[in-house]
Design a protein around this ligand. Structure first.
Ligand code: NAP
Length: 246
């Protein structure tokens, strides 16, 4: 389904990003693993992917930094000749009630989750426009749709990412570039492992399908959006949340 295509996944050393990278590789795509410079997981993930019979490289860099992002894009084009799929997955949380939230925590989350995606879309749009083809997929969150107490920074960044998704779709559709968002619900990963049992139970009780999601649930929908099976889909937000938001 994706044989010969090239995909970049940001923050893909571990968690949801790793699952996405492995899923796209399982359909034949060559993979560029991006993660922060200090990541110890990125190289291990890259070796795992190479053992699946596709080409894979690691290009470390911080999505907040436009120079790092330029290197990510330029090196990928030089190595593989094209960029067909770009997944904005890198993201963090710094939770706290709004009255106690520091300016630093607000800025850090907005910088990585929203400005990072802006940097990447701006940089990848050029090679994709030249190719007149490309699929950009942004990993948002259902809290960006419904709000969440204690996550003002994170919710604002993900709601912003949904707006950025729709604007990207409108600006680049005529150039053959599609842009969609996936909004995960509660997915078991390092990001949710740290939540208290109380919070986990509250989420659990409100999920109609009666179970938490796993990283593969997100990867499956990303693979659909990356492929030609979704060639008439752009500007959409797909909730992958066991029915939590409906
Ligand atoms: P995770 O396990 O913490 O993975 C996030 C990855 O992003 C890590 O590899 C991290 O690197 C990397 N990263 C952080 N800052 C970066 C930067 N500035 N530049 C490049 N990479 C950076 O989290 P996850 O649960 O897999 O989440 C992945 C995405 O899904 C995030 O956007 C998150 O908001 C979204 N999401 C997750 C859930 C959930 O339930 N888990 C729900 C909704 C949305 P290090 O490991 O080196 O820190």
């Amino acid at each position: 389904m994706l044989k010969g295509r090239t995909a970049i996944v940001t923050g893909s050393g571990r968690g949801i990003g790793k699952a996405i990278a492995m899923k796209l590789a399982s359909y034949g795509a060559n993979i560029v693993i991006n993660d922060i410079p200090s990541s110890e997981d990125a190289d291990k993930t890259c070796e795992e992917i190479k053992s699946m019979g596709v080409e894979a490289i690691v290009i470390k860099g911080d999505v907040r930094n436009a120079d790092d992002v330029k290197t990510l894009i330029d090196t990928t084009v030089k190595t593989f000749g094209s960029i067909d799929i770009f997944v904005n997955n890198a993201g963090i949380t710094r939770d706290g009630l709004m009255l106690r939230m520091s300016e630093e925590d607000w800025d850090l989350v907005m910088d990585i989750n929203l400005k990072g995606a802006f940097n990447c879309i701006k940089a990848v749009a050029r090679p994709m426009m030249k190719q007149r083809k490309g699929s950009i997929i942004n990993i948002a969150s259902i809290v960006g749709v419904m709000g969440n107490a204690g996550q003002a920074n994170y919710v604002a960044s993900k709601a912003g990412l949904i707006g950025l998704t729709k604007t990207t779709a409108k600006e680049f559709s005529a150039r053959g570039i599609r842009c969609n968002a996936v909004a995960p619900g509660f997915i078991q990963s390092a990001m949710t492992d740290v939540l208290s049992d109380d919070v986990k139970q509250k989420y659990f009780d409100s999920i109609p399908l009666g179970k938490f999601g796993n990283t593969e649930d997100i990867a499956n929908v990303v693979a659909f959006l990356a492929s030609d099976m979704s060639s008439y889909v752009t500007g959409q937000v797909i909730n992958v949340d066991g029915g939590l938001v409906m």
